[in-house]
Write a protein that binds this ligand. Sequence first.
Ligand SMILES: Nc1nc2c(ncn2[C@@H]2O[C@H](COP(=O)(O)OP(=O)(O)OP(=O)(O)O)[C@@H](O)[C@H]2O)c(=O)[nH]1
Ligand SMILES: [Mg+2]
Length: 463
Amino acid sequence: MKRLPNKTIFALSTSYGQSAIAVYRISGNKCKEIAYSLCKIKEIKERFAYYSNIFDLNGKLIDRGLIIFFKAPKSYTGEDVLEIHTHGSIAIINRLTKVISKIKNTRAAQPGEFSKRAFLNGKGNLLFFEGINNLIKSETENQRLIANKQINGDNSLKCKVWREKILDNLALIDAEIEFGEDIECPDIKKIQNSLSDISEEIGEVCESFDSVRNLVHGSNLLIIGPTNAGKSSFFNFLIQDNKMIVSPIKGTTTDQLEQSIEINRKKVTIIDTAGIRSGKGKVEKMGVAKTLESINRHNKIIIVLSPDSVDSPDFKKIEKVFNNLDRKNCIIIFNKMDLKDSKKKFQEWKQKISKIKNLKSITISCKKPLNKFNMLNKCYKFIDDNLLSVDTNSDDHYFSELRHKECLKSVLLNLENAVKNISSFEISAKYLRDAMNDLDELYGRHNEEDKLEIIFNNFCVGK
Ligand SMILES: Nc1nc2c(ncn2[C@@H]2O[C@H](COP(=O)(O)OP(=O)(O)OP(=O)(O)O)[C@@H](O)[C@H]2O)c(=O)[nH]1
Ligand SMILES: [Mg+2]
């Protein structure tokens, strides 16, 4: 990866577009100079809000706004930081961006570069900055609450406790290696039990990882089913918007569309798909292939069935797909309950495909709901209870990033090996050291530049 020179960086930290105000953030040793060039403030006081004219480099007025200077190291990045608050006009934003970029030794910031500099300057560990990133991206109340816990250090505290316990055990083993003959042999059983206890706790965290990750980053719910069953009608109903075309023609939906919504404070992305059948045209065939490929990639699936689709000529194909959903989390929506004989037909579905009998289901009508509001609540609750419910009792750890899982799994493996090899102290000690290194990696110690680059690149520009 190309290393960029350590210049003074700048970025618009608010969204690009029309708004009441826009905030620029500048970090690096040119801040004072920039304050003088743009605002003519000779001796800028730190942490003091100046209402000032903002000029271009030819002395022409761009706007009036607030200028605040944070002197290193008491700033977000640990470097000198300058904030310029202007009116949020696109013309002003464009002009100011052009002007600042012309100042020598400045350049536009990369995504997450302010946070990366803050991390390198010791302003927090990686777990903290990942929490900040999640907070900025939070859309639901749950996401906000969890991100705040990550920022407050709940995860760091867990790691610290595990690390200290491992270190205590390592110290006993090391003492035996060094002074074996002069000291009493350590209580091996006690060390084994202590390490197994830590493994058990970390194992629980790994088990609940997917649930926590879904809470933080949201879950994808894939709607599938026969053509014409009312998948798009149900999609529109869930998102409360007529985004998808609905029609009695089979194969109306050929492509996929997704929409994020909030269900009981959890972020979910609903995906509508082309109905499963032996498609007639080339485009429809491509759509069906896309559906099958999506089924492979997703774990939470909403199957929409209707009374009229049980007699579909594509029944065999549908049956085959449903019988391959074994390891997925699926629920059934029996739609079109307003049709004659719907109850009988739904029973028929259950008899014909035994898998359906064992899945949780509800019966609804997208076209003629008895009470729209009640039906929406019923569907949200059904989805929440069966696809989103968090199977963790944890309220003290929120490991949500894939790298967390990787590190924790490696800690687990090293602890298991340490226990397994306890009769050979040198080997066991090596595994314990590796486990501690894994935990250090979670904090961000010994992380190589390239790894950091990947982590911070996931942040938005200006953060
Ligand atoms: N009677 C009745 N008709 C419905 C209901 N829900 C949907 N429909 C109708 O069923 C037809 C098919 O609905 P869609 O939502 O397009 O079905 P789909 O599963 O998305 O179909 P494809 O995209 O072709 O796979 C439309 O004419 C809808 O108006 C319902 O609850 N009752
Ligand atoms: Mg459709």
